[in-house]
Design a protein around this ligand. Structure first.
Ligand code: SF4
Ligand code: SF4
Length: 373
């Protein structure tokens, strides 16, 4: 297993981390439980194989993940890093910081959390929760008391907001963001964080499973016989600004496969990386429908999530993830909050704001037909 120094700390973290949000679960009498007979040996196997970074959160696995992770890692607690997250969006007072922290410590059955994340920050929660309720100051007190060792944040918003958060001051030791072959929007900010001395932990390195689907994308991008899944993981950990890629491993087979990829991994050279990036751009450019996902059209009065639908078409058409795209579209249609293409009243609002000058109304109809066939 390869270990990397995490930002400006002296901690060595395994290049593969365990994302504990998909531990095996079962339902009984309307209540969810983690199948600990499977989950605990799997987490311990990960440790044996060299994984030393375990990432959970207050609400993962119906709020049961933390206690299973704590139980599994107890025998070698001082050899591993435990990361967990506080649900910032639910906080309505400074005191609540302590309620969540103490509850997480109790569930994890530990005296300290190695990396305590302000969970899923965006500009709104950063300004109206973190700054408003002085959560950074409270975290610094918790650090002084030894209850947390490092403060971190996870993030879901426009990349430029990352800069605003990091520039708050030297308070964060690491950040957790989305990054993969299909979504490189945070790439520049990943470099920025690295330059500023933060460790960078990546979630979704295989696109939340999208890149695990059978596809010839790997071959398309490299011109060689190459598994897309393997390429996706290699792509993320070859980025010199990345410390660790988290994988939400559901069973020992996936764990062992990931460990093997990381162990046998030969870093992609800067020119190989560049070739892949160029190919991705080329693939996108040759897409029939070049929607940049800017979301300027998000005010559709019929609630049609235009960029989402076009993104699925890109997966279908450009990345060859046909099965995934069709399935995701079915899920989109099932969600009552989403407008259906047949609801479009042709008001033209979307077309009037689209910087790509797309014929949105017509394209939506075409895509709907393709994805439902
Ligand atoms: S034309 Fe259709 S898709 Fe576009 S904004 Fe109007 S209702 Fe929405
Ligand atoms: S405005 Fe145009 S380019 Fe932007 S998300 Fe909507 S359809 Fe795509």
């Amino acid at each position: 297993m390869e270990y990397r120094r995490l930002g400006n700390t002296n901690i060595q973290v395994s290049a593969l981390g365990f994302g504990c949000m998909r531990l095996p679960e079962y339902e009984q009498d309307g209540k969810w439980y983690i199948d600990e007979e499977k989950a605990i040996p799997m987490l311990r196997r990960a440790y044996e194989l060299g994984v030393n970074y375990f990432d959970t959160a207050y609400y993962y696995c119906h709020s049961n993940s933390e206690s299973t992770v704590g139980k599994a890692l107890k025998p070698f607690r001082d050899k591993v890093m435990i990361s967990t997250k506080i649900p910032v969006s639910e906080i309505n007072s400074t005191e609540e910081f302590w309620k969540y922290l103490n509850e997480s410590l109790k569930r994890l059955d530990t005296d300290y959390i190695d990396f305590y994340h302000l969970w899923a920050l965006n500009q709104n929660t950063f300004r109206n929760k973190v700054l408003k309720y002085n959560l950074i100051e409270e975290a610094m007190k918790a650090k002084a008391e030894g209850k947390i060792r490092h403060l971190s944040f996870s993030f879901h918003d426009k990349p430029e907001v990352i800069k605003e958060i990091i520039d708050t001051g030297k308070v964060f030791d690491s950040m957790l963001v989305q990054y993969n072959l299909l979504d490189r929007s945070n790439e520049e900010m990943i470099d920025y964080a690295h330059e500023k001395g933060l460790g960078v932990i990546i979630m979704g390195p295989v696109g939340g499973g999208r890149l695990a689907a059978p596809t010839n994308l790997g071959e398309k991008l490299t011109g060689e016989k190459q598994s897309t899944y393997e390429l996706a993981l290699k792509f993320v950990i070859s980025n010199p600004s990345v410390t660790c890629a988290l994988s939400g491993m559901e069973n020992v087979e996936v764990l062992e496969k990931n460990v093997m990829i990381v162990n046998e991994f030969e870093e992609l050279s800067p020119s190989e990386l560049q070739k892949i990036k160029d190919s991705l751009e080329e693939l996108k450019k040759f897409s029939e429908l070049y929607c940049t996902g800017c979301n300027y059209c998000s005010d559709c009065p019929q609630n049609i999530k235009i960029s989402k639908i076009f993104q699925l078409f890109t997966y279908y058409n450009v990345y060859d993830l046909k099965e995934y795209a069709r399935k995701s579209y079915q899920e989109y249609l099932k969600n009552e909050k989403n407008g259906q293409v047949s609801d479009c009243v042709a008001c033209g609002l979307c077309e009037s704001v689209c910087p790509q000058k797309l014929e949105v109304i017509e394209e939506l109809r075409k895509v709907d037909q393709i994805l439902t066939n």
